[in-house]
Design a protein around this ligand. Structure first.
Ligand code: PLP
Length: 236
């Protein structure tokens, strides 16, 4: 991984974001980009921070903590992967936000560790909007109750929702309907709970365009920026 390769990939990803925004008359500034450095060495995060990104995404707590040791550049780390409750204690002071809150048990643990650290924690609720059995996240029909529980946690700041579309590269309509259903769910929740839930973290390398069209405010991009994980390490 070199900075040059990253910057070249970045300009292509930015061009995709711009085109997708143009196509649905959204302002490019409405869609933030989170580089996902999981499976890549700490160098990837250093390159992203040096390029001006304020945050990177990681899906495993322990892997991220190791990289944080090596990275001296200022920057934030967001957790985007499933978190076991027994690892919640590592979140305060290390991660700026957890995007993958997917159970009431985890909510309660995160609320408790944030209280202990005396530091409110920013979270997104992960919804399995595509009802994919291989994905984490609460089901759409459970989201009302889950949001209610989350809003009752006084040390958590609920900023919105995150989803991962089912893997269906041949059929963009699968990702599209997943993203659209989460956007509609969010809009309905904002009305019924009278809260602001501005963040919709949707879209990865393969479905940036569908996500932006459906209203994504944050795309999480790994392989289109850093290269193909599968070729680099067949075990992942
Ligand atoms: C790996 C990962 C991404 C990035 O995936 P790419 O297809 O490499 O862009 C985004 N979100 C989550 C939750 C991930 O685990």
């Amino acid at each position: 991984m070199s900075s040059e390769v990253f910057l070249n990939n970045l300009s292509q990803v930015r061009a995709r974001i711009t085109r997708a925004c143009d196509a649905c008359s959204r302002a490019t500034e409405e869609v933030a980009l989170l580089p996902v450095t999981k499976t890549w060495p700490a160098e990837a995060a250093r390159i992203a921070f040096a390029a001006g990104f304020s945050s990177v995404g990681e899906n495993r707590v322990m892997e991220a903590l190791e990289k944080m040791e090596e990275v001296t550049e200022e920057g934030n780390w967001e957790l985007i992967g499933h978190l076991q409750s027994n690892k919640a204690k590592f979140i305060p002071n290390n991660f700026s936000r957890v995007q993958s809150v997917d159970s009431e048990k985890l909510l309660r643990r995160l609320d408790a560790v944030a209280a202990n650290a005396n530091c409110p924690l920013r979270v997104l609720l992960q919804v399995n909007a595509g009802k994919d059995p291989s994905k984490f996240g609460v089901l759409p029909e459970e989201t009302d109750g889950f949001l209610e529980a989350a809003l009752s946690c006084s040390n958590l700041k609920v900023e919105g929702f995150m989803t991962i579309a089912p893997f269906a590269p041949e059929d963009p309509s699968v990702a599209r309907s997943c993203f659209e259903s989460l956007r509609q769910l969010r809009d309905r929740m904002v009305g019924s709970f009278e809260v602001e839930l501005p963040e919709l973290s949707m879209g990865m390398s393969g479905d940036i365009e569908e996500a932006i069209r459906a209203g994504s405010t944050l795309v999480r991009v790994g392989s289109a920026l850093f290269g193909d994980r599968i070729q680099r390490n067949p075990s992942i």
